[in-house]
Ligand binder design. Structure first.
Ligand code: PLP
Length: 938
């Protein structure tokens, strides 16, 4: 299985601020990335003096262009202001002065060229800001832009296509079907008969944009310097964020890459389509893409589909891009959207696409989460942290501004939600903060522009839409937050089913951190089960309810609860006195069985949990290699020790291919977090990063078959093995879950790749606390004494504790492993059951039209309610219907099945065919009921 990481997200291709590193300098004909790059002589062959002269001439030319453009800007702005002032004097009583203003502004922007036309397009969506007639003035903008003369077009096509027009197309219509500020679109038919749309950059636009942006940059800098009240708006800063993107608009090859990126993010989406591109024919001047028919966005009434549904879908699409993908269309105006009669929405024109980092998305979500829950103080603090560039200036008057800001948030998120506009609330909040000397961060300029345009367009599509209510519906679906109404319903239903469990939950809060260890952190279980008895595949709660269990206690119970052989072993070991801190036969037997599962010379160290096993392995790796740093993979969970929790569960940071280490718990040692190199599973770039850090890396630890995907990438594992062998870095497989579960020899047996050390836990304790490290004898022996305490203290790793290898745990574990060893057919049987159940669950969801993905292999299952199949763990966390996952757990209980909330499900050998049929039936009923209760409404 190979992972696909969107290429445009690679650090090489993209800067953090959203601009593309490949963006050519403004005004340079964008040849660097085009087919014509080959025509340039190699650098060394260009005589240096000539090159310098050429560079000087070109920069003089650009400066002159910018000066002319600045002159034009000043001249036409003065004319516009004068005309407007005169108009007010001559016609003081006009009924709709904004309409006249719009007409003047429109003429002005058209004259000013492509940079300013964008502003007109945005204004066309703002019927809240302007009167609807005035906004209409701008809406015609798109239809009235002049195309380039045909002779120019022909020249551009000859120059721009990699092959002659006649060789590429069966026919080409030289009359454009749409003309924008930067490019125009033509219809054509490819050789072979496929209809395509061809987008061609208008001649001279690059130069105009270059000169325009330079002029604007200079004017903003001057205004910033000369007029102090303007400084708080940091206009040069905002413009700096926009500028690289404006340039990137003129390179069609870059645009095709962005288009493919967005298409990838929306793959399998139920109602959003992005036309595919024909990359062989795309160059810096020309973009060839699939032709898609539809009604232009400005005419929703002609779409043949309900306007309210289209508007809701549009808003969902815009929010998905921002909050899930972090790649958003900056310019979602009606000219860039088509509606189709079946309610499909087609997104066009990827000239401007903004990027949000993982941290930006996290901060935005955290802010909205607090607002939704009405936690104004937290929301205020998060607003400042996210959107203010200089928060320190606010500190002296904290209480005063916090009160004002909370009042604004409360009004927008609670009192006046029917008039929702992200921009209006944002404007008010930032204006308040300006009063205290704060500056809005420029990182979100593009996002503001996008939401301004997008929400304006949504309202234009359905003037009656309640934007806020729809936003809440959207966020409710995709966050674990339960509204009071939903929570009360579950309290009522689960309270009816298992009142004693709920009473125990409430009682336990007095003396235990939580009634089960689940109800603690991040995404707590609101309705924990309190189980009195478990047997085979069944558990019984305090109220006497019986459930088929799909948790397997998070993994250990592969033979089911209370397996007779295990129970007997525990009884006997207890009867013989529970021996610990002394050698005992059970310990020897368990170690021998573990060793036999791997290479013949494998040695073992026993501990008390998976977390301990990982801690032991990391220390041994440091001791063995004499190096300090550890590399781990994003989203791989290795227990709760400090280093294991780096970028492991909830929070990720930095670029997809180059993640930043981030603490997933308070109280973690900062230095350990910093000493961790975080990698992306399946990404060949990770191998390069390992090599680059080889001198400081003791080991690379990973789940070879991450449980969230229940799949492994054999090629990647092999390459990782090779690079680490070459660089003398230890490879540690964490098989705490997969060890003895997917095969007697673990995932490494299935993949056919051997690590240096393997961490084990869960199954090897037979249901009692246990952990182990198994591996190469020379590495394991780093934990063995040399016989010289003075040498030991400096060169040996101290691992192990009082209960390590205790006789009861070891006897239980040995009984389970012996059973597994003597019943190898059990693994095939588990795999057959897994396939059967996974196919059935998938079929039920498909029959109900519910977006649902079941990932399953070798007894390990995940269900996500999502139209897409996210491959990266960080993508799984966004865009999947969390609440449905939580709710599924509660609905299934009503049908006699226990599904762990937000945790991987597992099967055991004790699950019978009838059990699985009951699970399948319970799932079908549950999703049907959930559907009726609105959990999947889009
Ligand atoms: N490693 C992996 C892959 C795990 O899934 C877990 C726990 O779920 C651990 C380590 C930690 O094991 P334990 O919970 O026994 O400490």
């Amino acid at each position: 299985m190979a992972y696909r990481i969107p290429p445009a997200l690679s650090p090489a291709a993209e800067t953090a601020a959203g601009g593309s590193a490949e963006t050519p300098a403004l005004g340079t004909p964008a040849l660097g990335t085009s087919d014509r790059a080959g025509l340039r002589p190699p650098d060394g062959l260009v005589p240096q003096a000539a090159a310098r002269r050429r560079a000087r001439v070109s920069s003089l030319r650009r400066a002159a262009g910018a000066a002319v453009e600045a002159g034009r800007l000043l001249w036409w702005t003065s004319c516009f202001a004068l005309r407007w002032a005169l108009d007010r004097v001559v016609h003081p009583g006009r009924p709709d002065p904004r309409l006249r203003l719009a007409a003047l502004l429109r003429g002005y922007l058209l004259r000013m060229g492509p940079l300013y036309m964008k502003a007109g397009q945005v204004l066309g969506t703002q019927s809240g800001l302007l009167s609807s007639a005035a906004a209409g003035e701008f809406r015609t903008f798109f239809s009235e832009l002049p195309p380039m003369p045909e002779a120019e077009l022909r020249k551009t096509m000859d120059r721009g296509l990699p092959v002659p027009v006649t060789a590429a197309f069966e026919s080409f219509d030289w009359q454009p079907v749409a003309v924008g500020s930067v490019a125009q679109v033509h219809r054509a038919v490819l050789k072979g008969g496929t209809d395509v749309a061809v987008k061609v950059v208008k001649s001279g636009v690059r130069q105009r944009l270059d000169a325009g942006t330079r002029a604007l940059k200079a004017l903003l800098a001057v205004a910033h310097a000369l007029y102090p009240p303007l400084r708080r708006y940091d206009l040069p800063g905002h413009f700096a964020e926009l500028r690289p993107l404006l340039a990137g608009q003129c390179d069609m090859r870059q645009e095709a890459a962005r288009q493919n990126d967005v298409a990838w993010n929306f793959r399998d989406h139920p109602f959003l389509h992005v036309p595919r591109t024909y990359d062989d024919l795309c160059t810096s001047d020309v973009l060839v893409m699939e032709y898609v028919d539809g009604v232009p966005g400005m005419n929703p009434s002609r779409a043949g589909h309900s306007r309210s549904s289209l508007a809701r879908r549009l808003q969902d699409v815009f929010y998905s891009m921002v909050f899930f993908h972090g790649r958003f269309h900056v310019d979602p105006h009606p000219g860039n959207i088509l509606f189709r009669p079946d309610g499909q929405i087609v997104l066009l024109d990827f000239g401007l696409v903004g990027t949000l980092s993982a941290d930006d998305k996290w901060n935005l979500s955290a802010f909205y989460y607090a607002c939704i829950r009405g936690q104004w103080e937290t929301a205020t603090e998060r607003f400042v942290r996210t959107f203010v560039a200089n928060p320190e200036v606010l500190l002296p008057r904290h209480e005063e501004y916090a009160e004002g800001l909370a009042a604004i948030l409360r009004r927008h998120f609670q009192a006046e939600t029917s008039r929702w506009s992200t921009m209006t609330f944002f404007d008010e909040a930032t204006r308040l903060l300006y009063g205290y000397g704060a500056r809005a961060s420029t990182r979100f300029s593009l996002l503001s522009l996008s939401l301004l345009t997008g929400e304006g367009f949504v309202t234009q599509t359905d003037p009656d839409i309640n934007l806020y209510r729809n936003a809440r519906r959207f966020t409710d679906l995709f966050s674990p937050y339960m509204s009071d109404e939903v929570r009360e319903r579950f309290e009522h239903e689960i309270g009816g089913l298992s009142p004693r469990s709920l009473a125990a939950r409430n009682d336990a809060a007095r003396y235990l951190v939580a009634p089960t260890h689940l109800d603690r952190y991040g995404l707590p279980s609101a309705f924990p089960l309190v189980v009195t008895k478990a047997s085979g595949a069944r558990i019984h709660d305090l109220d006497g309810n019986e459930y088929i269990d799909l948790s397997c206690g998070y993994g250990p119970h592969i033979l089911g609860y209370g397996h007779p052989g295990t129970v007997q072993a525990i009884h006997e070991a207890a009867a013989r006195g529970s021996v610990n801190a002394l050698g005992n036969p059970a310990e020897l037997r368990l170690a021998e069985l573990i060793s036999q599962a791997f290479d013949t010379d494998t040695k073992v160290i026993l501990g008390n949990s998976g977390t301990e096993a990982v801690q032991m392995a990391l220390r041994m790796a440091r001791a063995y290699t004499g190096r300090q740093r550890v590399a781990k993979f994003e989203g791989h969970y290795h227990g709760f020790s400090d280093q294991s929790l780096v970028s492991s569960l909830f929070r990720y940071s930095g670029d997809v291919r180059c993640p930043n280490p981030v603490a997933n718990s308070a109280g973690m040692q900062r230095t350990l977090v910093e000493e961790t190199l975080v990698l992306q599973y399946g990404d060949p770039g990770s191998l390069d990063r390992i090599a680059a850090h080889a001198k400081t890396l003791a080991c690379v630890i990973l789940e070879p078959m991450p449980v969230t995907t229940a799949a492994f990438d054999r090629d990647f594992l092999r390459q990782l093995r090779d690079v680490c062998a070459r660089e003398n870095i230890l490879v540690i497989y964490d098989e705490v879950i997969t060890g003895f579960r997917v095969h007697f020899g673990g995932a490494q047996h299935l993949a056919g790749v051997r690590p240096d050390l393997t961490c084990l836990g869960k199954i090897i304790g037979g249901g009692l606390p246990c952990g182990a490290v198994a591996g190469r004898p020379d590495v394991i022996d780093i934990a063995r004494t040399t016989g010289d305490p003075y040498v030991d203290i400096e060169t040996r790793a101290f691992v192990g504790g009082t209960m390590s290898g205790n006789s009861i745990t070891a006897a239980a574990g040995a009984a389970v492993l012996a059973h597994l060893k003597s019943h190898p057919g059990l693994y095939d049987e588990l795999q057959r059951k897994t396939e059967w159940l996974s196919q059935n669950l998938t079929a039920h969801a498909a029959a109900g039209g519910i977006p649902c993905k079941v990932t399953a292999a070798h007894s390990i299952f995940s269900i996500t309610f999502d139209h897409a199949t996210p491959q990266l763990i960080r993508d799984r966390l966004t865009g999947s219907n969390f609440k449905a996952n939580l709710a599924l757990s509660y609905y299934m209980r009503k049908h006699g099945v226990y599904v762990p909330e937000l945790h991987t499900m597992m099967l055991s050998a004790a699950h019978t065919t009838e059990d699985l049929q009951q699970v399948s039936h319970a799932f079908a009923r549950s999703i049907e009921e959930m559907n009726e209760d609105g959990f999947f409404t889009t």
